[in-house]
Design a protein around this ligand. Structure first.
Ligand code: T46
Length: 143
């Protein structure tokens, strides 16, 4: 079972005009081939997102503007970790069966996500019930 969460630093190129941050798949900090890009914005004050897990997905989350918290719950009695994304050159890689909750979005935040799989609207490979997630983690840990 791949289950990993870690921060990565991206490399902006800065000059007197400001910054440009290139992301070259396979060369930079993105450890997978990107098949999907999405971003969220216009998040009302006090609203959270996420609150689900993926069976098998690799993603990198980058707050390209603003900030938010990302709470990662691994189940199986392991400690929960909360990351703060508050810089456009900081990414959070989330791989595999991790219950994620994004919260505390600063006004005007834009959260960019790169993912290694397409999204199947008809049958998304997600777990949206917390107890089902815990059961799945236990099942995987028994293997
Ligand atoms: C995650 C966090 C960081 C699509 O049509 N295509 C897509 O690629 C995605 C991700 C979603 N959608 C549709 C499905 C829903 O009707 O957009 C709507 C909102 O999706 P969701 O409730 O899953 O969004 P978040 O912000 O709660 O979670 C998303 C990702 O789903 C999830 O993988 O890790 O962002």
């Amino acid at each position: 079972m791949v289950q990993n969460v870690y921060e990565v630093l991206l490399k902006p190129v800065g000059d007197e005009r400001g910054y440009l941050l290139p992301i070259e798949v396979g060369r930079d900090a993105v450890p997978f081939d990107v098949k999907r890009i999405y971003y969220m914005y216009g998040i009302p004050d006090g609203k959270g997102r996420g609150q689900h897990a993926h069976l098998d997905l690799r993603q990198i989350l980058i707050c390209v503007h603003g900030s938010c918290k990302v709470r990662c719950d691994y189940g199986g009695g392991r400690p929960v970790e909360t990351y703060i994304l508050d810089k456009p050159d900081k990414g959070l890689v989330i791989e595999g069966l991790v219950w994620r909750e994004m919260s505390d979005f600063e006004a005007e935040t834009v959260l960019l996500v790169l993912a290694d799989e397409h999204y199947d609207v008809a049958a998304p490979k997600e777990i949206r019930e917390y107890q089902v997630f815990l059961n799945k983690v236990d099942e995987e840990m028994m293997k």
